[in-house]
Design a protein around this ligand. Structure first.
Ligand SMILES: [Zn+2]
Length: 408
């Protein structure tokens, strides 16, 4: 009997054939995309051996970032005497470079743009995770002129990956625990933008999409995000595609069934201290934390448009001089539904299913689609919120090919 059930299940779980996006088919024509690829090829090249904290490859990555920060004209913080903030236990350094406000005054706030640059090491080279975001960080630092009233700190954090994530050794956590005296207090930080996994592609309908999470906890920042997301982010060359920025609530990423809230990146240290933050990410792909996460699998033209879009967002945030409010539990449920509903509808359609979709996952997706169609997003019950979180996690699992999530 058990054999029959298992056999039925294995048949039901067999994938439906859909082709993933072939990254080699994506054009790389703009100079900025080529420059971004150069950074990724160096940082995720075999010479740096995966940039694991405490290794020679991690120190070489730091030296590269230091050279790039210098070339971009960023200023070191005087309190550190250079771009490096050494971490405990010889793990290596955070790299910090600042662009002072052009009309500097005593009440200037700070904006922080951050991304981790370490990875797992060995045969895990981490192109998408997170050489992609380090490359965007470098090119944003190079091309963004000074803001009038906010200093910008560009932060390449070390030690984000396991076993350091969610521990005091984590580079971003160390940074918030040992804040450089120039910043003084985290209350002076208007907003933090964290980038993680910025180059991956897998499913055709999300090829030009970057998710934007966490800003919903700060209504002022969220308003700026939505304005910037609604403006068309044009590609840099005629044969490339425009960028879509899709706001999603952080709870749709963090609330894991049977486990609870799990933080996934450097925004955590800032969120825990009530600093308004935004996480940008193209999400996990089946190459996440695999030796196949290599430089030739990234979407460099989308990364190039992201550099332009991020500059636009930072200039918009610059308009706001009053500190943003922060409410850790704030959710924008109607917007969450508006973002998730069309994705589920597309994923539940045979022609556009996510690669790796099985009969079981398709069946669940169709149930989710039906539920979403009948849902009133203006008056959610706690059960609605939980169910949307579960739908979102299942969708993300499918995108990363962790199909076991469909058993939940
Ligand atoms: Zn990672």
């Amino acid at each position: 009997m058990l054999g029959t059930v298992l056999c039925l299940f294995v048949t039901a779980a067999a994938p439906i054939s859909t082709m993933p996006v072939d990254p080699h088919s994506l054009p790389i024509t703009s100079d900025l995309a080529k420059t971004l690829r150069g950074h990724v090829e160096y940082l995720a090249g075999p010479k740096l051996q995966g940039r694991k904290p405490g290794t020679a490859g991690n120190r070489e990555a730091a030296a590269y970032l230091e050279t790039q920060f210098h070339a971009a004209g960023l200023q070191p913080l005087a309190s550190l005497g250079g771009y490096r903030q050494p971490l405990a236990e010889d793990l290596g350094d955070n790299l910090l470079g600042m662009r002072p406000a052009s009309e500097s005054g005593p009440t200037d706030g700070w904006l922080i743009v951050g991304a981790h640059y370490d990875h797992l090491g060995g045969s895990y080279l981490g192109a998408d995770d997170n050489a992609s975001a380090a490359a965007i960080l470098i090119e944003t630092a190079r091309s963004l002129p000074p803001l009038q009233h906010h200093h910008i700190l560009f932060a390449a954090f070390n030690a984000e990956e396991p076993p350091y994530i969610r521990t005091p050794q984590m580079g971003s956590q160390y940074f918030t625990d040992h804040l450089p005296s120039e910043i003084g207090s985290l209350a002076n930080v208007q907003a933090v933008v964290i980038m993680d996994l910025m180059g991956g592609v897998h499913w055709e309908p999300l090829k030009e999409t970057i998710f934007a999470a966490g800003a919903e906890k700060s209504p002022g920042l969220y308003r700026r995000l939505k304005e910037a997301a609604s403006r068309e982010a044009k590609p840099l060359t005629p044969d490339a595609s425009p960028l879509t920025i899709l706001p999603v609530g952080l709870h749709l990423i963090e609330q894991i069934p049977f486990i609870g809230q799990v933080a996934f990146s450097d925004y955590d240290a800032f969120r825990n201290r009530a600093v308004p933050f935004l996480l940008l990410s193209s999400g996990r792909t089946p190459r996440y934390h695999q030796p196949t996460d290599l430089p030739d699998t990234l979407h460099y033209e989308r990364m190039a448009v992201t550099v332009e879009w991020l500059q636009h967002l930072l200039r918009a945030v610059e308009e706001d001089r009053e500190p943003y409010r922060f409410e850790a539990d704030r959710v924008e449920f109607a917007d969450d539904v508006a973002s998730v509903r069309p994705l589920v509808a597309r994923a539940a359609t045979e022609e556009t299913t996510i690669p790796g979709t099985s009969f079981l996952s398709l069946w669940k997706l169709r149930r989710d689609r039906q539920w979403l169609e009948g849902l009133d997003p203006t008056a959610p019950t706690p059960n609605d919120v939980t169910r949307l979180e579960r739908v979102s996690i299942r969708l993300q699992c499918l995108l990363a090919d962790f199909t076991g999530c469909f058993l939940m």
